[in-house]
Design a protein. Structure first.
Length: 128
């Protein structure tokens, strides 16, 4: 049985999915599997290749990707690191790409602030 974060009320800010009892869950293993599959396909790799690079069995990887099994928190971190995304992205479909975070963290504060200003300008331009 997959353990998930169960709450009685719909969360205010977090996307959730109803289970068969009408309760809300934050971790939808099918959606997480779908996101992992899409990331793997973008890399042009097989399930076997991805599993070997991440360091988990093909059987486990396949079950996670097909939404038949939830990933442990340790495996989620391995997957996130491998695909250069956040765990939040894998679990909830939102969040940042860790590859970008690594690039930014290697820069000076001045450069980071400049990039933030540029991104804000781009967003304002797109809102027109």
């Amino acid at each position: 049985m997959v353990k998930t974060c169960l709450i009685d009320k719909e969360p205010l800010f977090l996307p959730a999915v109803r289970n068969w009892e009408g309760r809300f869950f934050m971790y939808d293993i099918r959606e997480t599997g779908r996101r992992i599959q899409e990331l793997r396909r973008r890399e042009g790799k097989t399930q076997e290749q991805a599993a070997a690079e991440i360091g988990i069995s093909v059987k486990t990887y396949r079950a996670i990707e097909q939404g038949q099994r939830g990933a442990s928190i340790d495996t989620l971190f391995l997957l996130a690191e491998h695909f250069e995304v956040s765990v939040e992205f894998l679990v909830r479909g939102i969040g940042t790409f860790s590859g970008l975070n690594r690039c930014l963290s290697a820069m000076s504060t001045e450069k980071q602030e400049k990039i933030v200003r540029i991104i804000k300008d781009i967003i304002r331009t797109l809102e027109w």
